[in-house]
Design a protein around this ligand. Structure first.
Ligand SMILES: Nc1ncnc2c1ncn2[C@@H]1O[C@H](COP(=O)(O)OP(=O)(O)OP(=O)(O)O)[C@@H](O)[C@H]1O
Length: 267
């Protein structure tokens, strides 16, 4: 967020359209998407199912290349996956036959960056995420919330600048989810990461984001963009929900979601 407007954005999508091609059809998942994310920003993406949120994360991660338009990170076009971008999914993909720390070190092995120094950093992150006591345990012995924290440590251990989070809290019970939102929010702020969170939980998007992009579908397009005021933005997500203006914002996002959902049904 310390960039001048002329500096390249951390992430920029410029006129991005993406078609999925099969032998029988071409399906336009997203069309003419323009968005700009500054360094250190926490952006939330919401919209009806199928509006292309995961497609956009895949494009930012370099897992897909856009059919048209440009995806750039730090002004450089994304041409494939890179260590600079970490991607965390709803499912934690931990291996039950490896200990917690070995699951975390596996990320370093895959990236080819395992060293004494990177291992120490990973252990430090486990400590920050209150997981030091279980580092020798199996993932089978951990709760869903603990497993998601391990998955985040595994992602952060590779020291990406950009974190893509695809509904990481959706499989958790409500209380665990609220606690984890605070922990992840403060960890990403402390480490000055740029983050994009896809969520279906409107209250979560207001509580966690600096800005929210709302998408419509068929094909996916940016419908609106909402900036979160400082009092809410700078509070931990749990406290943000009690700030003045939170309910008004919730109603605004809710209404906009109704508009895009109705449009998608053809109402
Ligand atoms: N590999 C693929 N091949 C063909 N169509 C796809 C593929 N992946 C996604 N789609 C289609 O593209 C559209 C956008 O999908 P995407 O998963 O990006 O949406 P989403 O907003 O993340 O949905 P949800 O909120 O349900 O996770 C959907 O209509 C989906 O069916």
């Amino acid at each position: 967020m310390n960039q001048t407007p002329s500096a390249p954005a951390k992430i920029e999508l410029s006129h991005v359209t993406h078609l999925y091609l099969s032998t029988t059809r071409a399906f336009m998942a997203v069309q003419d998407i323009n968005l700009r994310v500054e360094e250190g920003e926490f952006i939330c993406m919401v919209g009806p199912s199928g509006c292309g949120k995961t497609t956009l994360l895949s494009l930012m991660a370099g897992l897909e290349l856009p059919t048209a338009g440009k995806v750039s990170i730090d002004g450089t076009p994304v041409r494939g996956t890179s260590r600079q971008v970490g991607y965390m999914l709803q499912q934690d993909y931990l291996f039950n036959w490896r200990s917690i720390e070995d699951n975390v070190f596996l990320g370093l092995d895959i990236q080819g960056i395992r060293s004494r120094e990177t291992e120490q950093y990973a252990l430090h992150l486990l400590d920050e995420m209150e997981l030091s006591d279980v580092r020798k345990a199996s993932p089978m012995q951990l709760s869903g919330g603990m497993r998601q924290r391990v998955a985040l440590v595994r992602t952060l251990a590779c020291q990406p600048d950009v974190l893509l989070l695809d509904e990481p809290f959706s499989a958790l019970d409500y209380q665990t989810k609220l606690k984890l939102e605070d922990l992840i929010f403060s960890t990403l702020r402390r480490h000055k990461k740029t983050a994009i969170l896809v969520t279906h939980d409107l209250s979560e998007s207001i509580a966690m984001g600096d800005r929210i992009y709302i998408f419509s579908r068929n094909p996916g397009r940016v419908s609106s963009e909402i900036a979160i005021p400082p009092a809410i933005r700078d509070s931990l997500p749990f406290d943000a929900r009690n700030q003045d203006g939170f309910q008004d914002l919730f109603h605004r996002v809710w209404k906009e979601m109704e508009v895009v959902s109705d449009a998608a049904k053809g109402n």
